[in-house]
Design a protein around this ligand. Sequence first.
Ligand SMILES: *Cc1c(COP(=O)(O)O)cnc(C)c1O
Length: 421
Amino acid sequence: MKKDTIALHHGYDHKKCEGTMAVPIYQTTAYAFRDASHAAALFDLKESGSIYTRLNNPTTDIFEKRFAAYEGGTAAIATSSGMAAIFSSIINVAEVGDNIIISDKLYGGTVTLATHTLKRFGIEARIFDADEAKNLEEIIDDKSKCIIFESLSNPQIAIPDIEKIVSIAKKHKILTICDNTVASAALFNPIDWGVNIVVHSTSKYTTGQGTALGGVIVESEDTVNILKNNDRYYHFNEPDVSYHGLVFSELDAPFVQRVRLSVIRDTGAAPSPFNSWLLLQGLETLDIRMQKHSKNALEVAKFLESHPKVKRVSYPALESDKYHKRAKKYFKDTLCSGLLSFEAESFEAAKKIMNSTKIFSIVVNIGDSKSIITHPASTTHQQLSLKELESAGISPSLIRLSIGLEDSGDLIEDLSKALRD
Ligand SMILES: *Cc1c(COP(=O)(O)O)cnc(C)c1O
């Protein structure tokens, strides 16, 4: 099946559900077992089925299967938020004394998680330059557990040298984790380029209308080969005492299985069935929405680029953009999603623009069907020091736009007035 068909049909058989065309919402906490031995077989993984909604749920299960197929992976697990997906992925492989290698261009929440919260767990974050991956190889050692980067970074709108990062990772048999939230699974599929683990905040484009918080982790078929008999991932190759001696590398999709049976079992960041249902609705229209988001964003970017009061525009579909060559190489039809940023003349000018737009709402979200304007220095990235801001490439006058599905002419007129005021 091609992606457009997967988005609508994969993983669900209406014949088994009274002919119901929409996937039913299984709004339940727990499930009755046929008898004691059925319960034992489920816990022992001898039979598959639902046990408790913290571990699995039939509605969520369909979303997971569908999303995994759509991203080109073998398995997926949905989580309660994007941050839960990122945290779960990291602690699935790293523990006290280990280090993780992170891109210098990441979502603010991921930066604080990696450099502050995980530090308190004894996990060190080492930062590499994602543009050229120049210093990547030299900071990897035998305690390095994963390399994390974003395919289209929020808020810099940068595209890393994905091929180079993956080739270095393969050489050292270390897992790559790509946050594909901004690009979306419709426009880019990291697994096609050799990435092992793909994470998303599904709160953004996947749900699409700003209605459900969620996250997802997708595992590539190849991941088991990195984990198996690799001393770096010894805990996947030894009997797990918390799961009566299970050896995870002997299972299919060991990364996702371990997130489910160990990490989410113990930390509890599972999604609600209702949110999984909303995400299924979103996935159905993801591709056509991403086309319109991208088309609108390019028109707005071209307008801003030609405006005298705009110092710089970052949008990789623009020919003048630093990442244009990579956008052409990696993204479907050079469609670059709905996120763009530009630099106003000053911090004060940026604030004035924020206060003058009428259609754009001041919201710290992206990927909504409605257009959004954000000032990272005073909101999403406020907890970063000036030095951290600078090294993340965020100037105080930077404005980030998440272009929605409105008429592009209306959006341009709104910005034009705000820049004039
Ligand atoms: C929003 C976002 C996250 C965090 O996701 P939540 O669902 O808000 O927890 C992670 N990465 C990127 C790139 C994001 O845009």
